[in-house]
Design a protein around this ligand. Structure first.
Ligand code: ADP
Ligand code: MG
Length: 288
């Protein structure tokens, strides 16, 4: 049977706006040694702005944004939202067909009859389209149309205002190892990690790489130590499931993430993570 204090623990967490899906996760939270966080939407706000538009010869800024925005018309990825906002015009859905979105890569779609690619350098390389490598601190989004390079955009996101405070409290609560995972470029990852004092970063990851790294970090845990993951759920449901305790942003997160998570942070604040640990710590004191 489940000790009554666990119900109190789950209730205590709920009062701190943390939904814990089972009493066993309170124990896991108490034994947390390593915390892995996703970058986009978790450590950052997940709201990108387009800072630079660099059309290739033959392209205007306007035409490049219009094409990219149409290719991205059906995507809910934060980069897609920013590209549509930067263009600002109304999307004509009948101009877009054959849309394919690949997590960690980007979008392939037919716009006005031409195949358009919007995404990472890797997406371009895979299609055999040479692109300029640009060492920008933001995230670089490349665009190609009709098999030819069309230009790039720089988008960037902001660190959540509460992120530094949340990490500081987590370290004080005994978290020994903090790592950041991202599908984004190394430059973008360093920019964010630098602002937060995170030294361990893994960048340019595909969703399956995120799982592999999480498993690797799990193997490195000391005896009895557990690993937690915090994500917003856009492409990170597999890691949420793999971690000993998967925590998802409840407001911003996708339904799939909320389902895959063991702990849901109800108002999207990273401060809910130390709050969850505190609630779990109280339970242990009562049980003993
Ligand atoms: P993160 O791990 O930071 O949450 P993602 O895995 O969602 O990032 O995306 C990784 C990279 O893949 C992005 O930085 C971008 O280069 C590319 N990408 C993914 N989806 C899109 C999209 N819809 N439009 C443009 N680029 C995308
Ligand atoms: Mg993400």
């Amino acid at each position: 049977s489940i000790p009554l204090s666990y119900f109190a623990g789950i209730g205590g967490a709920a009062r701190r706006r943390v939904l814990v899906k089972g009493a066993n996760y309170l124990d896991t939270l108490n034994d947390l040694h390593t915390l892995v966080l996703d970058k986009t939407g978790t450590l950052t706000c997940g709201v990108f702005a387009v800072h630079r538009v660099a059309p290739a010869p033959g392209w205007s800024r306007e035409a490049l944004l219009e094409t990219a925005a149409h290719a991205e018309s059906s995507s809910s990825h934060p980069i897609a939202v920013s590209v549509r906002a930067a263009w600002g015009g109304a999307i004509q859905v009948d101009r877009v067909t054959e849309v394919r979105e690949e997590s960690g890569h980007g979008i392939t779609a037919r716009v006005d009859g031409r195949m358009v690619l919007v995404g990472s350098e890797r997406l371009m390389q895979r299609a055999g389209i040479p692109c300029q490598s640009c060492p920008h601190p933001g995230s670089v989004v490349h665009i190609a149309a009709g098999g030819r390079y069309a230009g790039w955009l720089v988008v960037s996101d902001r660190v959540r205002t509460e992120a530094a405070m949340a990490l500081q409290r987590l370290r004080r609560l005994g978290i020994r190892r903090i790592a950041m995972l991202t599908g984004d470029t190394d430059a973008a990852a360093r920019e964010i990690a630098g602002q937060l004092g995170i030294e361990e970063i893994y960048s340019q990851l595909l969703p399956e790489d995120k799982v592999a790294i999480t498993e690797d970090l799990q193997r490195q845990l000391p005896p009895g130590g557990r690993l937690g993951f915090v994500g917003d759920g856009i492409n990170d449901a597999p890691v949420l499931m793999r971690a000993d305790v998967g925590m998802a942003m409840g407001g911003l997160g996708s339904d799939a993430a909320i389902e895959a998570a063991d702990v849901v942070l109800m108002d999207d604040s990273l401060l809910r993570v130390p709050a969850a640990l505190e609630a779990a710590g109280r339970t242990r004191r009562i049980v003993r």
